[in-house]
Design a protein. Structure first.
Length: 256
């Protein structure tokens, strides 16, 4: 593993711990274009790395009590089921379709972060009505299916769903999202390894670096205001999605 890859994985872990998202959506392109792994192997390694680092980052959120465990179960269980089904079905999906969906999600995630409004003095309004619980269950299953198939942890979809449907605070949404992402990435991994092998030793080394970053990010999340970081990161995602799409189109049409 090269030094640039190690540094990039550290930063990816930092992002994951800080905002509860951003792991797979950056790890897959890194492995694909810098590590030169085949797409589906890059996805499997990404799932392994993100599942490991999300679990480690949970340490600080458990200590700070920024996880809604009931909400994590309501959204997380169907999300894990969906991720397993999506990961298993990925064997029948062409790489081009997965890439298109992946970079479209990257672009939409970047737009959401870059143009999201920040609010202060958030309050947690618990709503466990039957309708809201069903919407959360359905959202978890849908997010799991999509992210399990295309190889992302789903944090960029889970955090907004928790904020909108469960009306949590940002801190609770980030902690709960990490919990769900850990389970979702694990079950997506189980679905993918049925049809795709991967280098466990390489993935383990990456996971160690990502865990260091995610621990740092989770520690910082309780000490700094991350609203400006989210906006900057959003614009970086927009830029990356456009640049990588141009690269793919250039390869597709044979330009060099």
């Amino acid at each position: 593993m090269t030094i640039p890859v190690a540094l990039a994985i550290l930063l990816i872990g930092l992002t994951l711990g800080l905002i509860g998202a951003g792991g797979s959506i950056l790890t897959v392109p890194l492995l694909l274009y810098v590590g030169h792994f085949p797409l589906k192997e890059a996805i499997v390694i990404s799932f392994f790395v993100v599942a490991s680092s999300s679990l480690v980052a949970l340490i600080f959120h458990v200590r700070n009590r920024t996880i809604d465990w009931k909400l994590a179960l309501i959204v997380g269980l169907p999300a894990m089921l969906g991720a397993f089904i999506g990961g298993s079905m990925a064997a029948y999906l062409p790489n081009n379709l997965i890439l298109i969906a992946f970079y479209l999600l990257m672009l939409l995630s970047g737009l959401k972060l870059a143009f999201s409004k920040t609010t202060s003095a958030e309050t947690y309004v618990s709503d466990r009505s039957l309708v809201k619980s069903f919407l959360l269950l359905f959202s978890g299953l849908t997010i799991g299916l999509v992210t399990g198939a295309i190889g992302v942890g789903g944090g960029f979809l889970i955090v907004p769903a928790l904020l909108l449907l469960a009306r949590t605070t940002s801190a609770l949404a980030i902690g709960t999202s990490l919990c769900i992402v850990a389970g979702q990435a694990s079950f997506g991994l189980v679905g993918y390894v049925q049809h795709t092998s991967f280098d466990l030793q390489y993935a383990s080394v990456l996971a160690v670096f990502c865990c260091i970053g995610s621990l740092t990010g989770a520690w910082l999340s309780g000490k700094i205001e991350n609203a400006h970081f989210k906006v900057i990161f959003g614009w970086l995602l927009i830029l990356f999605s456009i640049l990588i799409s141009v690269v793919e189109l250039t390869k597709k049409f044979g330009f060099h």
